[in-house]
Ligand binder design. Structure first.
Ligand code: FMN
Length: 176
């Protein structure tokens, strides 16, 4: 049994990447894991201001939802990060969250990661977004990227239901 944290980064609740999160969770739950999904856009997360205060105090000076999210990231065995592709990148909500891991990112240690992205275009248009996620996990000690779900060809909310990415996300969740 693993503790799986799913960070659903889209501003569209029930949108394509969020649907893929639910598929992953369905598989992971069926396999007997404990899952929790956080809607990043519902969280109060300020921008990192690079004030550097966290270097000495080990925590951010901003009193918002990020400290609780960091606790969960440090405690999880598996972290799933999901985003829509916006101009070839992850969305601002997800990037803001990543930047705010600065006080404790070295404690996010030995985790398995899965990445989920949704885009109107094809898989090739998603690589830079996945590279962005990989840039984050490259900074974490012992992080392993175990799988990537490419939710390509999905523009309108729900388009992804016609995609084979649905099954892929479910299977990845089941094997997590
Ligand atoms: C601001 C913005 C920028 C976008 N940029 C891209 C892009 O660069 N490439 C692409 O294929 N789709 C792009 N899209 C389309 C979304 O990636 C697509 O609608 C996706 O399914 C959204 O995922 P979601 O439903 O999980 O939010 C963009 C959409 C928005 C709102």
């Amino acid at each position: 049994m693993k503790n799986i944290l799913v960070l659903s980064g889209s501003p569209r609740k029930g949108g394509n990447s969020d649907i893929l999160c639910d598929q992953f969770i369905k598989g992971a739950d069926e396999a007997g894991n404990v899952t929790e999904k956080i809607y990043v856009r519902e969280q109060d997360i300020g921008y990192c201001t690079a004030c550097d205060a966290c270097r000495n105090r080990g925590a951010c000076v901003q009193r918002d939802d990020m400290s609780a999210i960091l606790d969960k990231m440090v405690e999880a065995d598996v972290i799933v990060m999901a985003t829509p592709v916006y101009f070839y990148s992850m969305d601002a909500q997800m990037k803001t969250l990543i930047d705010r891991t600065l006080p404790r990112y070295t404690e996010i240690e030995d985790k398995d990661f899965y990445f989920i992205a949704a885009a109107a275009a094809g898989k090739a248009a998603m690589e830079r977004t996945i590279d962005g996620f990989q840039g984050f996990t490259d900074c974490l000690p012992g992080a392993k990227v175990k799988g990537v779900v490419y939710g390509s060809g999905a523009w309108q909310k729900g388009d992804i239901r016609r995609s084979k990415a649905m099954e892929e996300a479910y299977r990845m969740g089941k094997g997590a």
